[in-house]
Design a protein around this ligand. Structure first.
Ligand code: ADP
Ligand code: MG
Length: 725
């Protein structure tokens, strides 16, 4: 059965991007307005309607309480996670705990799970792709940060389900970026992917050889990104204002939101200009304005600490891979925040080589995902029939759409959030045909069998275990001591205590993807991809305009990650949003699991089933036997982490085996297999040893939704944003 083309989706914390690949090209699909970034923002309006994407981002300025963003930072995290508290302290919308210990947002008296919020974004991405391709699209490869755990991956998959998208594969963002660059196609290379986005920072080291993409290590910081930089800048602006006027905008959430937006705008400007003037009118009581200038050295002084923090993460990843910065062949920049000159400078200094930026750092991940999508779809796919309901918008419809947008904008408060007048001493303005950006107010393994005879109790006396264990220890590689020494001598390292490089370099082989290795044929027909709808000429606004000089590609495209300014597409001077793929072999991906998977043993101990950095897909099996006569069910608690005590690890949830056949204690034996699939998501199978009968299993992930809950989310979603088919 055909599912249509497989999209590549970069579901970002801040912005999402959708791309598609055929045998010759991977290209990004623009929105009707020609934009390639879809803000991952959802806003709930008083009339019950829901805005997603750019319009939602604009509403954050005037209705921050009911505008939800950055949910990716929290998705799949239990409410008790420290990240949730941290996020709540800075988000204007409300987070509350649901019955299963998960996080839900409370807007306008309704609660929504983060899976549902992500589904709104995914649905909008699907819509954009369907309009652009004039095809129905219901399958995708979706990217996630390499350190996303089981809960986060499964929540992402669930979001796909709610949005009507079958997620054919979840792939790590850095792996997708490396794929887009075509690393390993001709020779073996070691690559670092430095990804500084809006919400998070990740550094991933990959070894690439003949299209085997192996993750060596990954490290990240979920509170380090453009948002955090904006917050530092906004706080400084607010403090200055407090000194000058006696009123501090941090006292009023909505006012501070506008300062934060101004800070983001100034930051983006300062990637190209030496100095900017920031004005936020009528911000405070008695029509207090914020008027300040910020120059690049000042900005760099403010954000230096945040930028330096990224290198602590880099050192951690290098240490776990047992590598020195100089041992890398290249460094790839990913994420909007890598446009900051200070970041580029510091990356170059740290790694001792100029980072690669030929592919747009905003688009590279989605393009990589699309390339993988093409591979997965292989030859078996037939072109889908064009769906009647999906068609390109006519010029009149587009005009009406714009008119509505304008109207909505006109309804925003009369006084601009701030009117960014800039360019105190910038480079000469570009010639008139260059970009005019509106200054409107908006924001912006078989391996070794180990016979163990263990008796353990699981979950308060329920069970004994004897085991046949599949593990990957036999495949571990010890690093030579001299190399470890080098690792220890990394420059200016604040060495965290544990050095675990030897265990963390996994050599796979037994388990690698079988889905790959197909040569990618056109998803459609011999004609390749259908043409994209024409993007209309730039619209010049009657609103106060802002001329931007400099070389920032994003500025030149007039794309919406600027704190301000959108609505103009600079297609004529935009860099190509496609990658040529001709003659590239299909990739074989070999990702690793970012965290160890363990189960609870008697006495509060934990046993690692699948170690950290094991190549996926992988599996581990255990034989359990009943601890009581006629025992009907059993529960196995599952955790993430390698600490000896269960409680020192992060709980993931539990696996329930029900409907066990009756029999005296110890006679009913179950072979339980824990599998991590190619997407890194957990699947558990159980078989009764004597009869070979499959056992019913339920995986209850912390904060996760069961089938019935997912079904009701899907129904509500359809009611809110329209049924899919
Ligand atoms: P994510 O992966 O989190 O979705 P992106 O890669 O889209 O995020 O990056 C968004 C971040 O990049 C935002 O914080 C935005 O302010 C920042 N950004 C975009 N353009 C620039 C620029 N020219 N200079 C500095 N930061 C930028
Ligand atoms: Mg990103």
């Amino acid at each position: 059965m055909s599912h249509g083309p497989i999209l590549g989706i970069d579901l970002g914390t801040t912005n999402s991007v959708v791309a598609i690949a055929d045998e010759s090209q991977a290209r990004v699909l623009p929105t009707e307005l020609g934009h390639r970034l879809i803000p991952s923002v959802v806003s709930f309006r008083p009339d019950g309607s829901i805005l997603v994407g750019e319009e939602a981002r604009e509403r954050r300025l005037i209705d921050a309480r009911n505008t939800v963003y950055s949910v990716k930072r929290l998705i799949g995290r239990p409410f008790s996670a420290p990240e949730v508290g941290r996020a709540q302290s800075r988000f204007a919308f409300e987070l509350i705990e649901n019955a299963s210990g998960g996080v839900v947002v409370n807007v306008r008296g309704e609660t929504y799970t983060l899976t549902e919020i992500s589904a709104f974004v995914l649905k909008e991405i699907k819509r954009v792709a369907e309009v652009a391709l004039d095809h129905s699209c219901s399958r995708a490869v979706v990217t996630v940060p390499a350190n996303f755990n089981e809960l986060q991956r499964s929540a992402t998959k669930a979001a796909g389900r709610v949005a009507g998208i079958d997620i054919a594969r979840i792939v790590n963002e850095p792996t997708a970026a490396a794929l887009a660059y075509g690393y390993g196609a001709t020779r073996s290379e070691r690559v670092a992917i430095y990804d500084l986005g809006g919400g998070t920072f990740d550094l991933t080291l990959l070894e690439l050889e003949e299209d085997v993409y192996e993750v060596l290590s990954t490290a990240g910081d979920s509170f380090l990104g453009g948002d955090d930089i904006d917050l530092v800048i906004a706080t400084a602006l607010a403090e200055r204002m407090a000194e000058e006027t006696g009123w501090n905008p941090t006292e009023d959430r909505q006012a501070f939101e506008r300062v934060r937006a101004a800070a983001e705008w100034a930051k983006c400007q300062l990637s190209d200009l030496p100095v900017v003037k920031i004005e936020v009118e009528e911000l405070g009581p008695d029509s207090l304005d914020l008027r300040q200038t910020l120059d690049r050295p000042e900005l760099e002084g403010l954000i230096m600490e945040q930028v330096e923090r990224s290198f602590d993460v880099c050192r951690e990843a290098l240490k776990s891979a047992g590598l020195r910065p100089q041992e890398l062949d290249s460094v790839v920049l990913v994420g909007g925040s890598t446009r900051i000159p200070l970041v580029r400078d510091r990356v170059q200094r740290f790694f001792g080589k100029e980072p690669r930026t030929e592919i747009d750092p905003d688009l590279v991940v989605a393009q990589g995902a699309a390339i993988l999508g093409r591979t997965i779809s292989g030859k078996s796919e037939r072109p889908p029939p064009a769906r009647a309901g999906i068609r390109k918008k006519t010029a009149a419809e587009l005009a009406r759409l714009r008119e509505r947008r304008e109207k909505r904008r006109a309804n925003l408060p009369k006084q601009p959030a701030f009117a960014p007048t800039i360019q105190v001493e910038g480079p000469p303005p570009l010639p008139p045909e260059a970009v005019v950006v509106q200054g409107i107010q908006q924001v912006a393994g078989t391996t070794k069998d180990e016979e163990e005879s263990l008796t353990m109790e699981i979950d308060s006396g329920m069970m004994e275990i004897d085991s046949a264990l599949t593990d990957l220890d036999a495949l571990e590689l010890d690093l030579p001591d001299h190399l470890m020494g080098d690792v220890l001598d990394l420059p200016t390292m604040d060495a965290p205590p544990q050095i675990d490089g030897a265990q963390q370099v996994g050599i796979g082989g037994a388990s690698q993807s079988t889905e790959s290795g197909l040569d990618g044929e056109s998803l459609f027909t011999d004609e390749g991809l259908p043409p994209l709808p024409a993007i209309e000429a730039p619209r010049v606004s009657s609103l106060p305009s802002l001329q931007i000089g400099g070389s920032g590609e994003r500025h030149q495209r007039g794309e919406p990650t600027l704190g301000f300014g959108t609505g103009v597409d600079a297609a004529p001077i935009a860099p190509p949003a496609h990658i040529d793929l001709a003659d590239r072999p299909a990739p074989i991906l070999m990702d690793v699991t970012p965290h160890a998977l363990g189960i609870e043993l008697t006495g509060g101990y934990s046993q690692t089933l699948i170690r950290r950095h094991a190549p996926i897909p992988t599996e581990a099996a255990r034989v359990f036997s009943t601890a009581a006569d006629d025992q009907e069910d059993v529960q196995i608690r599952v955790c993430q982490g390698e600490a000896p005590r269960f409680e020192d690890n992060e709980p993931l949830g539990q696996v329930e085996l029900t409907g066990l056949p009756p029999g005296p204690r110890g006679t009913v034996r179950l072979n339980v297999t824990f599998q991590l699939d190619a997407s890194g998501t957990l699947d558990v199978k159980a078989q009764e040893v004597t009869t070979g009968r499959e056992q019913t299993i339920r995986i209850n992930l912390l904060g996760g939704a069961d089938d019935a809950e997912l079904q009701s989310m899907t129904e509500r979603h359809s009611q809110l944003v329209g049924a899919d088919e």
